[in-house]
Design a protein around this ligand. Structure first.
Ligand code: HEM
Length: 480
């Protein structure tokens, strides 16, 4: 009997302590909201919404109770969630001086301290500019176009014999190998197979409990990272030995060249050790296994559900194909990028897919934005999904409507459209991603028609198709 009373007293104390904490936060001007239950906060509702067809419900419920910016407690973190475009903009633009990235412990530990995600200030600026310059350069785009075009054509040629095709799996095979090639010049073969299997083991641990004990998911991922690092160090060593660092005009063929050359040119204090370069290259492989794959798969999903948009896409792409067939010339990367309706399909896919649904940041000091107080040390989630799926920003937000982008003035960098983030951490792979998506869609819609089987999008922990999107393809007469 006594222990029952003891338990109730303890529960009372914890609830009372939480209540006082909430009152104190309100006094400090922290946005309204609730930290939920002791320890678990509002995580259960967050996850339940993540598994539903409308993950944005978590935000919408609280927005209607507390306003566009509210406090909550999810995944073990008290956090201020912003669904307000102006607040999001301030958070994104004040990278480094007020806000720094705040990723879960598993991500921090698996990436290591030299990851671009954890660097701030001038080392971050330097690394970001380097990668951006490389991924946006015309020679790189020309090379990626050749390599990716070739892979897409080879892959598509096998589809008709494999019905049904699982789009998610096929996209993964395409994007990962080409990204590894862009980064390291490693082509098909044993080395690539090892890199692929170790990478897949590594990435499984990114969202998990960071318990480093034999047998745990986290432990297996760390081991896979060690193997990846070893393999990558060998690639770097060999390249370093064969590189002529004195020839300033030597072409930069891949990210290995880029980072090794930069490291040799930097002062001793600034130069990156080989293990940091290896880590940076490994983390840049993630889009090849995750974000790009999801973007391609969801583009096919949305087009399957929107025959009118698909028809318009086919017309635009058939026209280009006819021009190229008649002239006998190769495709230039800029031709893929100038397909306007195709670009609108890509924008609409990214808006609705919300592959990265928002970014997590931590405040380095007390800050006030639009009257909302964010205390030092608090995390902020700048929610992109709430902005992308809000009917004040987009008419009928759940309708796949590529035509809406014809009316939007700035399609890429406006505050209402941030699939690639913004500010100093704006994704350097933005153009690279759009180019690959355009190449994929062009060859797909000018080669096949398809019928998609019933499937659903799952939003938690990452965006995926539940059944990997099975489709049945039939070849079309390719003479337009
Ligand atoms: C559809 C595909 C992609 C999406 C939706 C996407 C989205 C994003 C977002 C939202 C961020 C910002 C994260 C933050 O602010 O904390 C980011 C950063 C980054 N992305 Fe992407 N990305 C994509 C493809 C790529 C590709 C293909 C590459 C490389 C080849 C890439 C490399 C990076 C890097 C290195 C960063 C870190 C930038 C920094 O912190 O300075 N991404 N991406």
């Amino acid at each position: 009997m006594e222990w029952i009373i003891g338990c109730w007293v303890l529960i009372g104390i914890v609830i009372g302590w939480y209540w006082l904490k909430e009152k104190k936060l309100e006094k400090r001007g922290v946005p309204k909201g609730s930290l939920g239950w002791p320890f678990i906060g509002e995580t259960l509702d967050f996850i339940a919404c993540g598994y539903s067809s409308k993950p944005v419900n978590f935000m919408d419920k609280r927005k209607s109770l507390y306003g566009k910016v509210f406090r909550t407690n999810i995944l073990g973190t008290p956090i201020i969630v912003s669904t307000d475009t102006e607040v999001n903009k301030v958070v994104l633009l004040n990278q480094g001086n007020i806000f720094i990235p705040a990723y879960p412990k598993s991500v921090r530990e698996l990436f290591g301290k030299n990851s671009i995600l954890h660097t701030n200030g001038s080392p971050h600026k330097r690394m970001h500019a380097l990668i951006l310059g490389f991924l946006r350069s015309a020679p790189l785009k020309a090379r990626v176009t050749k390599v990716f075009e070739n892979s897409v054509k080879l892959s598509l040629a096998t589809w008709k014999d494999k019905n049904p095709i699982y789009v998610q799996n096929e996209s993964k095979k395409l994007t990962f190998d080409v990204l590894v090639n862009t980064l390291t010049s490693v082509g098909p073969g044993e080395n690539l197979n090892f890199l692929r299997s170790d990478f897949q083991e590594f990435i499984k641990g990114l969202i998990c409990l960071p318990i480093n004990l034999p047998g745990t998911r986290f432990y297996k991922s760390l081991k896979a990272k060690e193997r990846l690092m070893k393999r990558m160090m060998t690639i770097l060593q060999k390249r370093k030995e064969s590189m002529n660092f004195t020839d300033e005009k030597a072409p930069i063929n891949d990210a290995v060249d880029l980072l090794l050359r930069d490291s040799s040119e930097s002062s001793e204090k600034q130069s990156l050790p080989l293990d940091s370069i290896s880590g940076n290259i490994i983390e840049m492989m993630i889009p090849g296994d995750e974000t790009m794959v999801t973007a391609m798969t969801l583009a096919v999903k949305f087009l399957s559900d929107s025959p009118v948009a698909l028809q318009k896409l086919v017309e635009e792409n058939m026209e280009l194909k006819k021009r190229k067939t008649d002239s006998g010339e190769d495709y230039a990367w800029s031709e893929y990028m100038s397909l306007q309706f195709t670009q609108n399909v890509i924008s609409e896919t990214l808006r609705m897919a919300n592959i990265i649904n928002g970014v997590w940041r931590k405040a380095l000091k007390d800050v006030e934005i639009k009257g909302y107080s964010i205390p030092q040390g608090w995390c902020v989630l700048a929610s992109f999904i709430s902005v992308h799926m809000n009917e004040d920003n987009y008419e009928n937000p759940y309708q796949f409507n590529p035509w809406r982008w014809e009316k939007v003035e700035a399609t890429v960098n406006n505050n209402f459209f941030t699939p690639f983030g913004g500010g100093q951490r704006l994704c350097p792979g933005l153009e690279y991603s759009r180019l690959q998506l355009s190449i994929f869609l062009h060859h797909l819609v000018t080669t096949y028609r398809w019928v998609a089987q019933q499937d659903e999008i799952v939003y938690f922990p990452t965006v995926k198709m539940k059944r990997k999107l099975p489709i049945t393809v039939t070849s079309i007469n390719t003479t337009p």
